[in-house]
Write a protein that binds this ligand. Structure first.
Ligand SMILES: N[C@@H](CCC(=O)N[C@@H](CS)C(=O)NCC(=O)O)C(=O)O
Length: 215
């Protein structure tokens, strides 16, 4: 039975790889697992058939035989746990890698997402511009802490893990803002993630679907 994930029929980012199916594709590519993609429109995501798979009507989802999962953290964890060396065998090292998965999604991603909300969902509000410096300051504070911890290391722990996969994926969302360039060690860390052959395959696969048509 081939694994099936869901992704946007057409991602709003036009192929920048920021939709969360890219993280799942990346983990599957690291694991060298073949997969199919079922593409869904925004309307379809809110229909009963998709809601049965994802209670919040979002992408991505993951189906493997009788197992159905949603939430990228859980999906990447499942792939990492069963199929790859994305989690170290040593129990303590494994626990540290899992900690970085949680850190990426629950300590770093929220301020990053707040920037997107401020720009795209609240950008037309009268108070939007006044709030923006606060949003950037919260991101900078978190990035400074992360950069301090990473130091000159290649990865967050001694080898690349699912924690790095999620952290790099979250940080990539900041590229367009320019804020990553203020933290050269983090920018280099992200570049190392993007240089991995598995990331490149995942990026290319989503780009093939989402790139704007050329005349
Ligand atoms: N916490 C969820 C977030 C999923 C999510 O926000 N997915 C976005 C695409 S990246 C989505 O489906 N947006 C459309 C919507 O919410 O209607 C996860 O990590 O999987």
């Amino acid at each position: 039975m081939t694994i099936t994930i869901t992704a946007f029929e057409r991602s709003p980012d036009g192929g920048k790889g920021l939709a969360r199916d890219t993280r799942v594709r990346w983990a599957l590519e690291e694991a060298e697992l073949p997969y199919d993609v079922r593409f869904v429109s925004f309307a379809e995501m809110k229909q009963p058939a998709h809601l049965a798979v994802h209670p919040f009507g979002q992408i991505p989802t993951f189906e493997d035989g009788d197992l159905t999962l949603f939430e990228t953290g859980a999906i990447v964890f499942h792939i990492a746990e069963r199929h790859t060396n994305l989690l170290p065998a040593d129990p303590d090292a494994r626990a540290r890698a899992v900690t970085w998965m949680f850190a990426a999604l629950s300590s770093v991603e929220p301020p990053v997402l707040d920037l997107q909300t401020a720009k795209f969902a609240e950008g037309d509000k009268p108070w939007a511009q006044e709030r923006m410096p606060l949003v950037f300051d919260r991101i900078r504070a978190r990035l400074r802490q992360l950069a301090d911890r990473l130091g000159d290391a290649e990865w967050l722990e001694s080898s690349f893990s699912a924690g790095d996969l999620l952290m790099v994926s979250v940080l990539l969302r900041l590229r367009m803002s320019g804020i990553l360039d203020e933290f050269p060690t983090l920018a280099a860390y992200v570049a190392r993630g993007e240089a991995r052959p598995a990331y490149k395959r995942a990026f290319a696969a989503q780009l093939a679907v989402n790139a704007p048509p050329t005349d």
